[in-house]
Each structure stands twice: as C-alpha cells, then as structure tokens.
Design a protein. Sequence first.
Length: 541
Amino acid sequence: MSEFRNLSITSTSGCRSRSSSAASIHRDEEVKPAVVVVARPSYDRVPVQHFEQPDDENDAETIALTNEPSRITDDATNPGVHIVGSPTTSTPPTPSAPSGQLFRHLVINLAGSVHIPNLLQGSTTGMRSSFIPIFAKELGADEGMIGVITAAAGVARMMANFPAGQLTTKHGFTTVMNLGMAAVALGSVVAAISWDPLVLGFANFILGGGVGTFILSRHVMLATIVEKKQRGRLMSMIGGGERWSSVIGPVVGGVLIELGGSRLCSIAMVPAALACALCVSRSGRVRFIDQKFRTENRIRSEIEIETGEGPQNRDLMTLLRNYGRLILSVGFYAMNIIQLRACRKLMLPLAAMNAGLRPSIVGLILSVSFAIDATLFFLGGMIMDKFGRKFSAIPTSINLGLAFFVLGQSQSTWSLFFAAIAFGFADSLGAGLLMTLNADHAPKKAGPEFMGVLRTVQDSGQLFGPLIAGWVAQVATFETACNLFGVLGLLNAIWALVMLPNEASDEDVVPAANVGSGRELSPPPTALASDTAALVQKSST
C-alpha cells in the first residue's frame, strides 16, 4: 500500500477566515473554517494553494489567494480540518437561506460574474440573427444560399461542444470562455469585410463556433457556482436573460442596420464580445472558482496517472460506453424540446402569414409570445428546486405540444394571439431546464466532456426540427405539421416520466462540519474534492 505523506488542502468554508497566512491553520475565536484534506502521493511535493472564499458581506468579487505550502499532520489536533470521507465527519443539514439573501446571492452577487456577461453574449447572438440574412441578400445570395449561411452557425456550434469540454478540463473555463468571445469578435470582423456570400457563411461559422465554445464552458462554471438545490433558479435566470437578449438584440441590430447598414451592425458586435470577456476576466468570483477547478483537475490527473486510469476515461468512445444510457435518456428529451422550440419560431410566423396578417401584426404576435416566457422565466426555476426537475420537464413538454395543437386550428388574429400566449406560458416553465438537467447528471470524472456530448445531441434538434416541419408542411398540410409536433410534445412528456432519472448524478459534497463551533458551513462551489479523495482511497488499496 502506498505511503501518503503530503496533503493537498482545499477550503470549503463559506465563512470569513481571520487567518492571514496559509502556512498554518488555527482556530478562530468566532468562526472555525473547515477544510477538506485530500491526501497526495509522496512522489512529488507541489506547493498547495489555500483559497479564501469571497466575502459577500463586503466585496463579493474580492478573492485572497496565497501560495504558501500548508502542512497538516493530525486531524485530532486540528478540529477544523477533516479528511474527506472520514467516518468521524458529521453531516448536519444546511438551513435554507432566507428569500432576501437568496435573491442577493443569485442576482446581485452574481451580476458581474454571470448575468452581465450572459446578456452581452446574448446580445451578440441577437444582433447576428438580424443582420446575417439581410447581409446575405445584399451580397446576392438566393433563398437556398441564405439558408445554408444561416445554418452554418448551428453546425459549428454542434462541432464545438465536445472540443470545448476537453479544453475546459485542461485550461479552465475562464480561458475557454474568453477564447469563445475572441472567436465571436473575429467572426464579426470577417463578416463586416465580407465581399461574397461564401465569406459571410465562413464568418457565421466562426461566430457559431465561438458562441458554442463560450456557452459550453459557461455551463461548466454554472454547474459549480451554486449548490444543487439552488441550481434550478440560477439556470432559469440564465434562460430568462437569454430570452431577453433574443428580444433586445434584434431590435438593436435593426436600428444599426437602418443607421449604417449591415456592416455597422456586424462590427458593433466586437465591443459587446470584448466587454463580455473583460467581465469574465476581471471577476474575482470566476477567478476563484476557476482556480479551484483547475487545481482539483490537476490533482485528479496526477492520481489517475498514478493509478493507471489516465485521461482515457474522458474520451468520446469511453463516455458513450459508460454513460450511453444516460446520454440517451436525457439527450433525447432535450433534443425534442429544442425541436419544439425551433419549430415554434418557424411555424408561428408562418401561420400568421398564411392568415394574411400584415407584417406589423406578425411581429406583434411574436413579441407577445416571447415576452411572456421572458417575463415568467422564474417559474421554472422555483418549481425545479422546490418539487424536482420532472415537475418542470413534463408540463413543459405537454404544454408545448398542446400549443401546437392550438396553432394548427388557428385561422384568425385572435386565435393566433391565443396560440402565441400558449407558447409563452408553456416555455416559461422550461427556462433553464435543459441546462439544469445537463449539470445535474454530468459525472464528476468527466463533467465538461459529458456536457459537450449531451449538448451536441441536444443542439441537433435545431437542425432536425425545422427540416421535418418544412417537409411535412410541403408534402401534407400546415395543420398536419402542427399536429405532428403536438403529438411529439405529448410523447416526449411520457419519455420524461419514464426515462429521466429521478436523482441527480452529481450529488453535492456533504458540508464539512466545524467541530465544536456548532455552526453549519455551506458546501463548496464544486463537487470535485470528494471524487479526488475517492481516487486517493482507491489508489491506496
């Protein structure tokens, strides 16, 4: 059995520590910070980093990081220190935060690190959706070519998902998110100087890949930034922000096109992308979680090499072999939801135009539909966290299916408004749902790569849905296409009831007890420490 002498120390305390040095860990008179101790093999001595959690009372974005080696010799002599998995560690329940504190934590404290970058990234996507078809027409592309140019972004996003997960594991999510925004800025410049539809298509491909890279890495960060019991509400806020960006972005893009043309709209995306990258880079909270994420990944990689497991656990074929059933159960549901959402965007305006409505009325119907689910996004998060994920997943799919049945029978202005409102209420329950499911079921050993595979399956609905809807409407009738997707929504709800796992696969680390203090500490923002400790125990036996 290997001898372990060195110890890696990762703080899991959400409380404020008054210790100014990481070289020693001692008791504080008021707060005794708990730490998770992960044994390291003695083959190498690497200086360990001690992380102090951000103090939300004073400055949520201020992080203290020191690099002095720390030594812990005896758990009994350090009551605030516990080895992960130790049978002596008690597991008191963490009390629920009051609603005011929860709002402050999820909205105000995370504004600079999560919500503002999310709105900036979403605005670039909204502006892109407005100027790409118009600019392609100006460059002489026909309708078929415009469709190919527009689809290039979706293809690139699907292709970027899995490589982005691998890069996130290796380099951390701050670097990868900035890389994604750099690609968006580059694609915007290429689009602005485009002289041919093919060049514009290449630019849109770069833009789609950049957005896909950013979103995947951001998803990994969001999965670690809050506890699982608050994840649904945070993800619904992210989904709500994306919805408002989809409403505001095209409006801003249209105004810029009116003022200076499509090239001005394209180049205006550059400062938005750079501002997003700046917010991510300057956020102390993001730097703290990213540093912790990379440190634990490095320790895990060293232990995997020591135990002979190596990085092959995270390659594509191994993921499909080990988690194929989970990818099928969650991914198939997510793909169908994406198909329903994509066909909503396609078939609602088609129904309005088939009814002979003016373009202004068509735009008003779409605005009403998207404004409802953008306003009521918080409902889905509250339901997911309070009752469970299925209580949001099943009604979302059923209601989207029923909305398609209503749309198929809509012939007048008021009936179309009713269908638009039905779509808005239906999708409001699904705000952040797919991101929450992906984060819940991502395995600890290969979370980013698993999310990349799952998002690739999910994003395929963006391609299949409109293609199927257009083909059915062409060979049969528009009503038949609506009824087909109505049935799909109902069948997908049955799939969710039967196939979606009841429990998450990434149970949060049990909070380390602060022995003798009588205080309960919140779990760390990432669940990697317990898995690392498990690998240590495996290697020692």
